[in-house]
Design a protein around this ligand. Structure first.
Ligand code: 5RP
Length: 233
């Protein structure tokens, strides 16, 4: 419950970054959902924005709460992207993709002039890696790709790392992303060199994208039980 209040407080503080006429990236997850609802309230009060959703779930929510949407193919840049995170370190490096939307989330973040990360303060970590790193992979050859991911983890100093195919439901069916791919969760435990791991993962055939967001975030808003801490690099 207190985590929900912290998420809400982070989302509310992010509204300060939204100006009339902006194109806004709309993140995915429970914290982003608070933001989308709050943005819907502002739209009803007269704010004019257009949202670029990072998942079908966020698209549905934005439509429900009345945030006008625009296709990413129709914009040359996004003014500000507001999205959650699973972990944030002091260099504003992120693990994202707990909700499985990392591919669209990264495309939108990379297309944005400013990325504002909203999270409860429990997401702040000294070193990334306790949260399993999501890696989106093609279904074709996923078992081999998974082995290569395991090797990349070992080669970049993630000792004792394990990998698992993300499954859900009673039948333990593989989770399928909005892009039609699988997710391999890389249980790194500790990622001593995020740049090296990110580069190694990108180099594996079959890896579509990984959840390390490096050099993308500009502002981190950490929600607390009361208010929020706004951090800039
Ligand atoms: C979804 C994400 C989310 O931003 C991340 O999982 C945080 O979620 P929540 O706000 O529910 O804690 O990356 O792919």
């Amino acid at each position: 419950m207190s985590t929900d209040i912290a998420k809400f407080n982070a989302a509310q503080a992010a509204l300060a970054y939204i100006k009339d006429g902006m194109v806004v990236g709309l993140g995915t997850g429970s914290t982003s959902a608070y933001f989308v609802r709050l943005l819907g309230d502002k739209v009803r009060q007269g704010l004019r924005v257009k949202g670029v959703p990072t998942s079908e779930a966020t698209r549905n929510l934005a439509e429900q709460v009345g945030v006008p949407l625009i296709e990413i193919s129709q914009v040359s840049a996004i003014d500000v992207d507001v999205d959650g995170a699973d972990e944030v370190d002091p260099q504003f490096r992120l693990i994202k993709g707990g909700g499985g939307a990392l591919l669209r989330e990264k495309i939108v973040a990379a297309a944005s002039k400013q990325m504002v990360v909203i999270a409860d303060e429990g997401k702040w970590v000294e070193t990334l890696g306790a949260f399993p790193l999501p890696v989106e992979v093609t279904r074709f050859g996923f078992a081999l790709t998974s082995e290569r991911i395991h090797e990349a983890l070992a080669a970049t100093g993630c000792e004792g790392a394990e990998v698992s195919l993300r499954v859900a439901g009673k039948a333990n069916e593989p989770v399928i992303t909005d892009g039609g791919n699988y997710i391999i969760d890389a249980h790194a435990k500790r990622i001593p060199d995020a740049d090296a791991l990110g580069a190694a993962l990108k180099n594996i055939a079959g890896v579509v994208e990984h959840g390390l967001f490096l050099n993308l975030a500009h502002v981190v808003i950490l929600g607390k039980a009361k208010g929020a801490d706004v951090k800039t690099l």
